[in-house]
Design a protein around this ligand. Structure first.
Ligand SMILES: O=C(O)CCC(=O)C(=O)O
Length: 320
């Protein structure tokens, strides 16, 4: 009797979960087509369009053609003054992670100052959910600056939201370790309009868990039918079969020196962070649509300000 009740409860849970997922997906679609994203598109269409310089335009063109654009930080930000505060913050983060990881290895105990998210413990994060960030934080300052936002908005065709700002430190694991979650091929299910920026904060080679992407698998891309995007959908093709299939596809593996910068539409298939030789460290920003924030995702930070909201409406829209 108990067993039957348990099986029944499991079935009810599964049905409830599936209904909830369908409800969330329907809310997303309504906001994408009719509500929040329509407003964001209208803002973009009505406001004076920023004039993109050659580099910004090239990034947008490459994103439209291939779903990604690879460059060096200094291609987009030639002034070394832009990098200086980022370097300082990155060095402090790396030093803290190295100390914490060394202590964990020595004591076998978890270092409580290292921030990990349940389900993805292999990544150490600079900003746990709910972190209060102001515009003086070097990464928020960079991510919410017009040089970055104008690229995101031109690519999306609407005023984007800045959903996520973080630094990730991924310590190496033995090669025999099984890949976990985002180390496997997947698409991000939380928006079809996704743009992520990654900046490598160390040199990344094949053994440092490089980011990988299959160009064309993003929504609207030539290969989108390989594993079609769905809101709240099955983001992970089964690795047992797909890892072999991927070998026939035009996989891009982004190895590169420190300050390599990559823009990518991660609604297409990607994976990364399987570091086996040395730790991978990067900065990552996500630009998405208001529909995603209304239904499928939430910001990892709280924007705080003493001087009222930012005066520039594009920046204000991205942060609030
Ligand atoms: O860690 C990586 O390289 C993969 C990241 C990823 O899956 C994502 O940002 O959506």
């Amino acid at each position: 009797m108990h067993r039957r009740k348990t099986q029944f409860a499991t079935r009810v849970n599964r049905v409830a979960l599936s209904l909830e997922r369908r409800g969330v997906a329907a809310t997303y679609e309504a906001h994408d087509r009719l509500l929040a994203n329509r407003t964001a598109r209208r803002h973009h269409a009505r406001a004076t369009r920023p004039v993109l310089d050659e580099m910004q335009q090239e990034i947008v063109d490459r994103l439209r053609a291939d779903g990604y654009a690879l460059l060096s930080f200094s291609d987009l930000f030639p002034d070394p003054e832009t990098w200086a505060p980022c370097e300082e913050s990155a060095s402090a983060f790396i030093a803290g992670c190295e100390q914490g990881v060394a202590r964990e290895r020595a004591t076998g105990e978890v270092a409580s100052e290292l921030s990990r998210r349940p389900g993805k413990e292999f990544v150490l994060r600079r900003y746990p959910y709910g972190s209060a960030l102001d515009i003086h934080d070097p990464w928020l300052h960079l991510a919410a600056g017009r040089r970055m936002l104008d690229i995101a908005n031109a690519y999306h065709g609407f005023w984007s939201k800045l959903e996520y700002v973080d630094l990730w430190y991924t310590p190496p694991v033995p090669e025999s370790t099984q890949r976990q979650v985002s180390q496997n091929w997947h698409f991000d299910y939380n928006d079809r309009h996704l743009l992520k920026a990654f900046i490598y904060l160390v040199d990344v080679d094949e053994e440092t868990g490089p980011f990988e992407f299959i160009p064309g698998t993003e929504p609207g891309g030539k290969l989108e039918s390989v594993w079609p995007w769905r809101p709240a959908g099955r983001g992970y093709p089964p690795p047992e079969t797909f890892d072999e299939e991927a070998k026939q596809l035009p996989v891009k593996t982004f190895v590169g020196p420190k300050q390599t910068m990559l823009f990518c539409n991660t609604a297409g298939l990607h994976r990364g962070g399987f570091a086996t030789g040395k730790a991978r460290v990067l900065a990552t920003f996500t630009y998405d649509s208001p529909a995603a924030l209304k239904s499928l995702t939430q910001r990892n930070y709280r924007f705080v300000t003493d001087n009222g909201p930012p005066a520039d409406p594009v920046v204000r829209y991205a942060l609030t």
